[in-house]
Design a protein around this ligand. Structure first.
Ligand code: GDP
Length: 460
Protein backbone atom coordinates (compact mmCIF):
# COMPACT_ATOMS: atom_id res chain seq x y z
CA UNK A 1 0.00 0.00 0.00
CA UNK A 2 1.39 3.44 -0.89
CA UNK A 3 1.81 6.16 1.73
CA UNK A 4 -1.13 8.11 0.29
CA UNK A 5 -3.35 5.05 0.39
CA UNK A 6 -2.32 4.35 3.98
CA UNK A 7 -3.06 7.94 4.92
CA UNK A 8 -6.43 7.79 3.17
CA UNK A 9 -7.25 4.60 5.04
CA UNK A 10 -6.38 6.16 8.37
CA UNK A 11 -8.42 9.27 7.59
CA UNK A 12 -11.43 7.15 6.66
CA UNK A 13 -11.05 5.08 9.85
CA UNK A 14 -10.95 8.29 11.88
CA UNK A 15 -14.03 9.57 10.06
CA UNK A 16 -15.86 6.34 10.88
CA UNK A 17 -14.86 6.70 14.55
CA UNK A 18 -16.29 10.21 14.64
CA UNK A 19 -19.52 9.05 13.06
CA UNK A 20 -19.79 6.20 15.56
CA UNK A 21 -19.26 8.60 18.42
CA UNK A 22 -21.99 10.80 17.05
CA UNK A 23 -24.26 7.75 16.95
CA UNK A 24 -23.29 6.79 20.49
CA UNK A 25 -21.58 3.66 19.28
CA UNK A 26 -18.06 4.46 20.32
CA UNK A 27 -16.75 4.69 23.88
CA UNK A 28 -13.24 5.69 24.87
CA UNK A 29 -12.71 4.30 28.35
CA UNK A 30 -9.45 5.24 30.08
CA UNK A 31 -7.95 3.59 33.12
CA UNK A 32 -5.59 5.48 35.38
CA UNK A 33 -4.13 5.19 38.86
CA UNK A 34 -0.75 5.58 40.49
CA UNK A 35 1.82 2.92 39.66
CA UNK A 36 1.16 -0.40 41.32
CA UNK A 37 -2.57 0.38 41.60
CA UNK A 38 -3.36 -2.59 39.37
CA UNK A 39 -4.15 -0.95 35.99
CA UNK A 40 -2.53 -3.63 33.84
CA UNK A 41 -4.28 -6.41 35.78
CA UNK A 42 -7.61 -4.58 35.62
CA UNK A 43 -7.45 -3.95 31.89
CA UNK A 44 -6.42 -7.55 31.26
CA UNK A 45 -9.31 -8.72 33.44
CA UNK A 46 -11.84 -6.46 31.68
CA UNK A 47 -10.71 -7.79 28.31
CA UNK A 48 -10.91 -11.38 29.55
CA UNK A 49 -14.46 -10.92 30.78
CA UNK A 50 -15.63 -9.25 27.57
CA UNK A 51 -13.90 -11.57 25.12
CA UNK A 52 -15.08 -14.70 26.94
CA UNK A 53 -18.36 -13.34 28.25
CA UNK A 54 -20.46 -16.00 26.62
CA UNK A 55 -18.31 -18.76 28.20
CA UNK A 56 -18.76 -17.29 31.65
CA UNK A 57 -21.48 -17.52 34.25
CA UNK A 58 -19.71 -15.03 36.47
CA UNK A 59 -21.12 -11.81 35.01
CA UNK A 60 -24.62 -11.64 36.52
CA UNK A 61 -24.68 -7.83 36.78
CA UNK A 62 -23.65 -7.10 33.20
CA UNK A 63 -27.12 -6.82 31.72
CA UNK A 64 -26.23 -7.31 28.06
CA UNK A 65 -24.71 -10.67 29.04
CA UNK A 66 -27.28 -11.81 31.61
CA UNK A 67 -30.13 -10.87 29.23
CA UNK A 68 -28.35 -12.99 26.59
CA UNK A 69 -28.13 -10.08 24.17
CA UNK A 70 -24.35 -10.11 23.76
CA UNK A 71 -23.54 -11.79 20.48
CA UNK A 72 -19.79 -11.53 20.67
CA UNK A 73 -16.71 -9.47 21.39
CA UNK A 74 -13.45 -9.37 19.49
CA UNK A 75 -10.24 -7.39 19.35
CA UNK A 76 -9.91 -5.17 16.28
CA UNK A 77 -7.13 -2.81 15.14
CA UNK A 78 -7.24 0.65 16.69
CA UNK A 79 -7.33 3.80 14.57
CA UNK A 80 -4.75 5.46 16.86
CA UNK A 81 -1.72 4.38 14.94
CA UNK A 82 0.79 6.34 16.95
CA UNK A 83 -0.11 4.80 20.33
CA UNK A 84 1.30 1.46 21.50
CA UNK A 85 -1.22 -1.38 21.63
CA UNK A 86 -2.03 -2.65 25.14
CA UNK A 87 -0.29 -6.02 25.22
CA UNK A 88 -3.16 -8.21 26.35
CA UNK A 89 -1.72 -11.42 24.88
CA UNK A 90 1.61 -11.05 26.70
CA UNK A 91 -0.24 -10.29 29.95
CA UNK A 92 -2.27 -13.49 29.62
CA UNK A 93 0.85 -15.45 28.65
CA UNK A 94 2.57 -14.25 31.86
CA UNK A 95 -0.43 -15.12 34.04
CA UNK A 96 -0.77 -18.60 32.55
CA UNK A 97 2.92 -19.46 32.02
CA UNK A 98 4.38 -22.65 33.45
CA UNK A 99 5.75 -20.48 36.24
CA UNK A 100 2.98 -17.88 36.31
CA UNK A 101 3.64 -14.28 37.27
CA UNK A 102 2.00 -10.88 37.14
CA UNK A 103 2.28 -8.99 33.85
CA UNK A 104 4.55 -5.98 33.35
CA UNK A 105 3.04 -2.87 34.95
CA UNK A 106 1.94 0.24 33.06
CA UNK A 107 4.86 2.43 32.01
CA UNK A 108 3.40 4.51 29.18
CA UNK A 109 0.15 5.17 27.29
CA UNK A 110 -1.25 2.17 25.48
CA UNK A 111 -4.62 1.30 24.07
CA UNK A 112 -6.62 -1.53 22.59
CA UNK A 113 -9.91 -1.70 20.70
CA UNK A 114 -12.74 -4.17 21.25
CA UNK A 115 -15.84 -4.51 19.13
CA UNK A 116 -18.97 -5.68 20.92
CA UNK A 117 -21.90 -7.05 18.94
CA UNK A 118 -25.24 -7.09 20.71
CA UNK A 119 -28.96 -7.12 20.21
CA UNK A 120 -30.78 -3.99 21.37
CA UNK A 121 -33.37 -4.57 24.07
CA UNK A 122 -35.96 -2.00 23.18
CA UNK A 123 -37.68 -0.18 20.39
CA UNK A 124 -38.26 -1.21 16.82
CA UNK A 125 -34.65 -2.27 16.43
CA UNK A 126 -35.07 -5.18 18.84
CA UNK A 127 -38.15 -6.42 17.00
CA UNK A 128 -36.26 -6.41 13.75
CA UNK A 129 -33.64 -8.57 15.47
CA UNK A 130 -31.09 -6.01 14.44
CA UNK A 131 -27.44 -6.48 15.49
CA UNK A 132 -25.71 -3.43 16.86
CA UNK A 133 -22.03 -2.75 17.22
CA UNK A 134 -20.26 -0.81 19.96
CA UNK A 135 -16.62 0.14 19.47
CA UNK A 136 -14.78 0.33 22.77
CA UNK A 137 -11.28 1.75 23.14
CA UNK A 138 -9.56 0.91 26.39
CA UNK A 139 -6.69 3.22 27.25
CA UNK A 140 -4.12 2.70 29.97
CA UNK A 141 -1.98 5.60 31.24
CA UNK A 142 0.06 6.41 34.35
CA UNK A 143 -1.74 8.50 36.97
CA UNK A 144 1.63 10.05 37.88
CA UNK A 145 1.35 12.12 34.71
CA UNK A 146 -1.85 13.75 35.94
CA UNK A 147 0.00 14.93 39.03
CA UNK A 148 1.97 17.26 36.75
CA UNK A 149 -1.07 19.35 35.85
CA UNK A 150 -0.57 21.95 38.63
CA UNK A 151 2.96 22.57 37.32
CA UNK A 152 1.37 24.32 34.32
CA UNK A 153 0.24 27.18 36.52
CA UNK A 154 3.64 27.83 38.12
CA UNK A 155 6.91 29.48 37.15
CA UNK A 156 10.12 27.55 37.75
CA UNK A 157 10.77 29.73 40.79
CA UNK A 158 7.30 29.13 42.27
CA UNK A 159 7.56 25.40 41.67
CA UNK A 160 10.99 25.31 43.31
CA UNK A 161 9.66 27.16 46.37
CA UNK A 162 6.73 24.76 46.67
CA UNK A 163 8.86 21.64 46.30
CA UNK A 164 11.53 22.94 48.71
CA UNK A 165 8.84 23.43 51.35
CA UNK A 166 7.59 19.91 50.74
CA UNK A 167 11.14 18.52 50.94
CA UNK A 168 11.39 19.79 54.50
CA UNK A 169 8.42 17.79 55.68
CA UNK A 170 8.46 14.41 57.44
CA UNK A 171 10.44 11.63 55.91
CA UNK A 172 11.27 13.71 52.81
CA UNK A 173 13.70 15.77 54.87
CA UNK A 174 15.87 12.74 55.44
CA UNK A 175 15.56 11.59 51.80
CA UNK A 176 16.50 14.91 50.20
CA UNK A 177 19.14 16.20 52.69
CA UNK A 178 22.03 14.32 51.04
CA UNK A 179 20.89 15.27 47.56
CA UNK A 180 20.80 18.95 48.58
CA UNK A 181 24.34 18.61 49.95
CA UNK A 182 25.44 17.18 46.60
CA UNK A 183 23.82 20.14 44.78
CA UNK A 184 25.70 22.56 47.05
CA UNK A 185 29.02 20.75 46.45
CA UNK A 186 28.43 20.74 42.68
CA UNK A 187 28.07 24.53 42.58
CA UNK A 188 31.65 24.80 43.84
CA UNK A 189 33.11 22.13 41.59
CA UNK A 190 31.07 22.48 38.44
CA UNK A 191 32.95 22.51 35.11
CA UNK A 192 30.32 21.73 32.52
CA UNK A 193 26.84 23.11 33.31
CA UNK A 194 24.86 20.67 31.13
CA UNK A 195 26.70 17.65 32.41
CA UNK A 196 26.37 18.74 36.05
CA UNK A 197 22.65 19.46 35.77
CA UNK A 198 22.08 16.17 34.01
CA UNK A 199 23.85 14.31 36.83
CA UNK A 200 21.95 16.18 39.55
CA UNK A 201 18.64 15.61 37.74
CA UNK A 202 19.30 11.86 37.53
CA UNK A 203 20.20 11.90 41.20
CA UNK A 204 16.96 13.75 42.01
CA UNK A 205 15.04 11.21 39.94
CA UNK A 206 16.54 8.42 42.06
CA UNK A 207 15.46 10.18 45.25
CA UNK A 208 11.90 10.45 43.89
CA UNK A 209 11.97 6.73 43.09
CA UNK A 210 13.09 6.04 46.68
CA UNK A 211 10.22 8.19 47.99
CA UNK A 212 7.85 5.92 46.10
CA UNK A 213 9.46 2.52 46.59
CA UNK A 214 10.98 2.71 50.06
CA UNK A 215 8.62 5.12 51.79
CA UNK A 216 5.33 4.68 49.96
CA UNK A 217 5.00 8.40 49.11
CA UNK A 218 2.68 9.31 46.25
CA UNK A 219 2.68 13.08 45.67
CA UNK A 220 5.82 13.31 43.55
CA UNK A 221 6.70 15.71 40.71
CA UNK A 222 7.63 15.69 37.91
CA UNK A 223 5.70 12.54 37.05
CA UNK A 224 8.01 11.66 34.15
CA UNK A 225 10.90 11.28 36.56
CA UNK A 226 8.97 8.30 37.94
CA UNK A 227 7.55 6.96 34.69
CA UNK A 228 9.39 8.61 31.78
CA UNK A 229 7.58 6.74 29.00
CA UNK A 230 9.23 7.68 25.71
CA UNK A 231 11.32 10.33 27.51
CA UNK A 232 13.65 7.90 29.30
CA UNK A 233 17.11 9.55 29.39
CA UNK A 234 15.92 12.51 27.27
CA UNK A 235 17.41 15.96 28.01
CA UNK A 236 13.83 17.19 28.61
CA UNK A 237 14.09 15.59 32.06
CA UNK A 238 17.37 17.31 33.02
CA UNK A 239 15.77 19.58 35.61
CA UNK A 240 14.78 19.56 39.26
CA UNK A 241 13.38 22.06 41.76
CA UNK A 242 16.06 24.38 43.04
CA UNK A 243 16.70 24.10 46.84
CA UNK A 244 15.72 27.50 48.18
CA UNK A 245 18.49 27.81 50.76
CA UNK A 246 21.15 27.74 48.00
CA UNK A 247 21.87 30.55 45.58
CA UNK A 248 21.35 29.62 41.96
CA UNK A 249 24.16 30.41 39.48
CA UNK A 250 22.87 32.47 36.52
CA UNK A 251 23.90 29.94 33.86
CA UNK A 252 22.15 27.17 35.76
CA UNK A 253 19.01 29.26 36.14
CA UNK A 254 18.77 29.74 32.37
CA UNK A 255 19.11 26.05 31.70
CA UNK A 256 16.73 24.89 34.46
CA UNK A 257 14.08 27.45 33.47
CA UNK A 258 14.36 26.45 29.82
CA UNK A 259 13.93 22.74 30.62
CA UNK A 260 11.05 23.45 32.99
CA UNK A 261 9.28 25.47 30.33
CA UNK A 262 9.93 22.78 27.71
CA UNK A 263 8.44 20.20 30.06
CA UNK A 264 5.32 22.34 30.53
CA UNK A 265 4.82 23.08 26.83
CA UNK A 266 6.08 19.91 25.16
CA UNK A 267 5.31 17.20 27.69
CA UNK A 268 2.41 18.12 29.98
CA UNK A 269 0.26 20.08 27.52
CA UNK A 270 0.51 17.60 24.63
CA UNK A 271 -0.48 14.75 26.94
CA UNK A 272 -3.73 16.53 27.78
CA UNK A 273 -4.34 17.73 24.25
CA UNK A 274 -3.50 14.52 22.41
CA UNK A 275 -5.01 11.94 24.71
CA UNK A 276 -7.08 13.27 27.54
CA UNK A 277 -9.30 15.34 25.30
CA UNK A 278 -10.80 12.24 23.78
CA UNK A 279 -11.84 10.12 26.73
CA UNK A 280 -15.51 9.91 27.60
CA UNK A 281 -15.42 7.39 30.46
CA UNK A 282 -12.74 7.07 33.11
CA UNK A 283 -11.69 4.56 35.77
CA UNK A 284 -9.54 5.86 38.64
CA UNK A 285 -7.95 2.86 40.32
CA UNK A 286 -6.63 3.02 43.88
CA UNK A 287 -4.61 0.46 45.86
CA UNK A 288 -5.98 1.21 49.32
CA UNK A 289 -4.66 -1.99 50.87
CA UNK A 290 -0.97 -1.24 50.21
CA UNK A 291 -1.35 2.28 51.60
CA UNK A 292 -3.05 0.95 54.75
CA UNK A 293 -0.28 -1.56 55.19
CA UNK A 294 2.42 1.13 54.72
CA UNK A 295 0.89 3.21 57.54
CA UNK A 296 -0.78 6.53 58.29
CA UNK A 297 1.75 8.74 56.45
CA UNK A 298 1.28 6.69 53.29
CA UNK A 299 -2.51 6.86 53.47
CA UNK A 300 -2.35 10.65 54.05
CA UNK A 301 -0.03 11.02 51.05
CA UNK A 302 -2.35 8.87 48.97
CA UNK A 303 -5.27 11.14 49.88
CA UNK A 304 -3.23 14.21 48.92
CA UNK A 305 -2.07 12.68 45.63
CA UNK A 306 -5.57 11.51 44.68
CA UNK A 307 -6.93 14.98 45.43
CA UNK A 308 -4.38 16.41 42.97
CA UNK A 309 -4.95 13.67 40.40
CA UNK A 310 -8.71 14.19 40.48
CA UNK A 311 -8.24 17.88 39.59
CA UNK A 312 -7.80 16.69 36.01
CA UNK A 313 -11.52 15.87 36.05
CA UNK A 314 -12.61 19.18 37.57
CA UNK A 315 -13.06 21.20 34.45
CA UNK A 316 -15.45 23.86 35.66
CA UNK A 317 -13.18 25.74 38.01
CA UNK A 318 -9.85 24.63 36.66
CA UNK A 319 -8.71 27.41 34.38
CA UNK A 320 -5.60 25.49 33.32
CA UNK A 321 -7.73 22.70 31.96
CA UNK A 322 -10.37 24.94 30.48
CA UNK A 323 -7.71 26.61 28.39
CA UNK A 324 -6.33 23.27 27.25
CA UNK A 325 -9.33 21.21 26.28
CA UNK A 326 -13.01 20.75 26.00
CA UNK A 327 -13.44 17.58 28.01
CA UNK A 328 -15.98 14.89 27.38
CA UNK A 329 -15.84 12.61 30.42
CA UNK A 330 -19.35 12.04 31.73
CA UNK A 331 -18.83 9.01 33.98
CA UNK A 332 -16.05 8.19 36.42
CA UNK A 333 -15.67 4.90 38.28
CA UNK A 334 -13.69 5.31 41.50
CA UNK A 335 -12.32 1.86 42.11
CA UNK A 336 -10.47 0.19 44.99
CA UNK A 337 -8.33 -2.61 43.53
CA UNK A 338 -7.15 -6.05 44.70
CA UNK A 339 -10.43 -6.77 46.51
CA UNK A 340 -9.69 -10.51 46.31
CA UNK A 341 -7.14 -9.98 49.11
CA UNK A 342 -9.94 -9.50 51.64
CA UNK A 343 -13.19 -11.34 52.31
CA UNK A 344 -16.25 -10.26 50.26
CA UNK A 345 -17.89 -8.90 53.45
CA UNK A 346 -15.12 -6.27 53.54
CA UNK A 347 -15.82 -4.82 50.11
CA UNK A 348 -18.35 -2.29 51.36
CA UNK A 349 -15.75 -1.07 53.90
CA UNK A 350 -13.24 -0.68 51.05
CA UNK A 351 -15.74 1.40 49.11
CA UNK A 352 -16.58 3.52 52.13
CA UNK A 353 -12.94 4.25 52.96
CA UNK A 354 -12.24 5.12 49.32
CA UNK A 355 -15.26 7.43 49.38
CA UNK A 356 -13.82 9.18 52.44
CA UNK A 357 -10.42 9.56 50.87
CA UNK A 358 -11.97 11.14 47.79
CA UNK A 359 -14.61 13.18 49.57
CA UNK A 360 -13.59 16.58 48.23
CA UNK A 361 -13.16 15.34 44.69
CA UNK A 362 -16.59 13.70 44.82
CA UNK A 363 -18.20 17.01 45.75
CA UNK A 364 -16.46 18.52 42.77
CA UNK A 365 -17.70 15.78 40.45
CA UNK A 366 -21.23 16.44 41.74
CA UNK A 367 -20.73 20.10 40.97
CA UNK A 368 -19.55 19.29 37.45
CA UNK A 369 -22.52 16.95 37.02
CA UNK A 370 -20.17 14.09 36.23
CA UNK A 371 -21.70 10.86 37.37
CA UNK A 372 -19.47 8.67 39.55
CA UNK A 373 -19.75 5.46 41.53
CA UNK A 374 -17.50 3.68 44.03
CA UNK A 375 -16.38 0.06 43.48
CA UNK A 376 -14.16 -2.58 45.08
CA UNK A 377 -12.95 -5.04 42.43
CA UNK A 378 -10.21 -7.41 41.46
CA UNK A 379 -9.11 -7.50 37.81
CA UNK A 380 -7.48 -10.89 38.20
CA UNK A 381 -8.56 -12.69 41.38
CA UNK A 382 -5.85 -14.96 42.79
CA UNK A 383 -7.46 -15.62 46.19
CA UNK A 384 -10.69 -17.55 46.73
CA UNK A 385 -12.70 -16.81 49.86
CA UNK A 386 -14.17 -19.59 52.01
CA UNK A 387 -15.71 -20.15 55.43
CA UNK A 388 -14.56 -22.76 57.95
CA UNK A 389 -17.02 -24.74 60.10
CA UNK A 390 -16.40 -22.37 63.04
CA UNK A 391 -17.31 -19.39 60.88
CA UNK A 392 -13.73 -18.15 60.30
CA UNK A 393 -13.39 -16.53 56.88
CA UNK A 394 -10.29 -17.67 55.02
CA UNK A 395 -8.59 -17.03 51.70
CA UNK A 396 -7.08 -19.82 49.63
CA UNK A 397 -4.37 -19.11 47.10
CA UNK A 398 -0.71 -19.57 46.25
CA UNK A 399 2.30 -17.81 47.75
CA UNK A 400 5.13 -16.40 45.69
CA UNK A 401 6.85 -19.81 45.60
CA UNK A 402 3.70 -21.35 44.09
CA UNK A 403 2.78 -23.27 47.29
CA UNK A 404 -0.89 -23.47 48.19
CA UNK A 405 -1.68 -21.49 51.33
CA UNK A 406 -4.76 -20.78 53.44
CA UNK A 407 -4.81 -17.59 55.49
CA UNK A 408 -7.30 -15.80 57.73
CA UNK A 409 -9.05 -13.12 55.65
CA UNK A 410 -7.88 -9.67 56.78
CA UNK A 411 -10.31 -6.83 57.48
CA UNK A 412 -10.45 -3.28 56.14
CA UNK A 413 -11.43 -0.22 58.22
CA UNK A 414 -14.48 1.54 56.81
CA UNK A 415 -13.25 4.87 58.20
CA UNK A 416 -9.93 6.55 58.69
CA UNK A 417 -8.27 4.33 61.36
CA UNK A 418 -7.78 5.68 64.90
CA UNK A 419 -4.45 5.78 66.71
CA UNK A 420 -4.91 2.36 68.25
CA UNK A 421 -5.66 0.74 64.90
CA UNK A 422 -2.58 2.36 63.32
CA UNK A 423 -0.46 1.14 66.22
CA UNK A 424 -1.65 -2.39 65.58
CA UNK A 425 -1.09 -1.94 61.86
CA UNK A 426 -2.65 -3.60 58.82
CA UNK A 427 -1.30 -6.53 56.88
CA UNK A 428 -2.57 -7.91 53.59
CA UNK A 429 -1.38 -10.99 51.73
CA UNK A 430 0.53 -10.99 48.45
CA UNK A 431 -0.79 -14.00 46.66
CA UNK A 432 0.41 -15.00 43.23
CA UNK A 433 -1.35 -16.12 40.07
CA UNK A 434 -1.57 -19.85 39.52
CA UNK A 435 -3.47 -20.35 36.28
CA UNK A 436 -3.01 -22.66 33.36
CA UNK A 437 -2.98 -21.89 29.68
CA UNK A 438 -6.46 -21.90 28.13
CA UNK A 439 -8.22 -21.22 31.43
CA UNK A 440 -9.97 -18.07 30.11
CA UNK A 441 -11.88 -16.24 31.38
CA UNK A 442 -9.66 -15.81 34.42
CA UNK A 443 -11.49 -15.17 37.71
CA UNK A 444 -12.37 -11.63 38.79
CA UNK A 445 -14.29 -9.84 41.51
CA UNK A 446 -17.22 -7.58 40.55
CA UNK A 447 -15.99 -6.59 37.09
CA UNK A 448 -19.53 -7.21 35.83
CA UNK A 449 -20.79 -4.34 38.01
CA UNK A 450 -18.03 -2.11 36.68
CA UNK A 451 -18.83 -3.04 33.07
CA UNK A 452 -22.50 -2.38 33.64
CA UNK A 453 -21.84 1.07 35.10
CA UNK A 454 -19.41 2.09 32.36
CA UNK A 455 -21.07 0.53 29.30
CA UNK A 456 -24.59 -0.54 30.28
CA UNK A 457 -26.27 2.61 28.93
CA UNK A 458 -24.51 2.20 25.57
CA UNK A 459 -25.64 -1.39 25.15
CA UNK A 460 -29.41 -0.94 25.44
P1 GDP B 1 -0.08 -0.86 37.43
O1 GDP B 1 1.26 -0.29 37.79
O2 GDP B 1 -1.17 0.05 37.86
O3 GDP B 1 -0.17 -1.31 36.00
O4 GDP B 1 -0.27 -2.15 38.36
P2 GDP B 1 -0.30 -3.71 37.97
O5 GDP B 1 -1.54 -4.06 37.27
O6 GDP B 1 1.00 -4.07 37.34
O7 GDP B 1 -0.37 -4.33 39.44
C1 GDP B 1 0.69 -4.20 40.36
C2 GDP B 1 0.71 -5.41 41.26
O8 GDP B 1 -0.45 -5.44 42.08
C3 GDP B 1 0.70 -6.74 40.50
O9 GDP B 1 1.98 -7.13 40.10
C4 GDP B 1 0.09 -7.66 41.54
O10 GDP B 1 1.08 -8.04 42.48
C5 GDP B 1 -0.92 -6.77 42.25
N1 GDP B 1 -2.29 -6.86 41.70
C6 GDP B 1 -2.82 -6.15 40.67
N2 GDP B 1 -4.11 -6.45 40.48
C7 GDP B 1 -4.43 -7.38 41.40
C8 GDP B 1 -5.63 -8.10 41.73
O11 GDP B 1 -6.70 -7.95 41.12
N3 GDP B 1 -5.56 -8.97 42.78
C9 GDP B 1 -4.40 -9.18 43.47
N4 GDP B 1 -4.43 -10.04 44.46
N5 GDP B 1 -3.26 -8.52 43.20
C10 GDP B 1 -3.27 -7.64 42.18
Amino acid sequence: MSRTEKLAEQVSKRARDLLDRGLDRHVRLAVTGLSGAGKTALLTGLLEQMLYANDSNRLPYWAVRSERRLQGARLVPSSQWSVARFDYETAIAALTAETPGWPQSTRDVSEIRVELKYKPNKGLASKLSDTRRLTLDLIDYPGEWLLDLPMLGLTYQQWSEQQSRLAQQGVRQQIFADWQARVAASIEQSQDTDETLRRLARDYQQQLQRCKQEFGLYFLQPGRHLLPGELADAPALDFFPWPQHLSLPAAWRDSLEAKFSYYQQQVIKPFYKNYFQDYNRQIVLVDLLSALQAGEDALSELRLALGELMKSFEYGNNSLLKRLLSPQIDRVALVASKADHVAPEQHSAMRQLLGQLLQQSRQQLDFERISYQLFAVSGIAVAQPGKLADGTVVLDGCDEAGQRVRIGAPTVPANWPDREAWAQGFAYPRLSPQFVSGQSPLPHVRLDQLLEYLLGDKLL
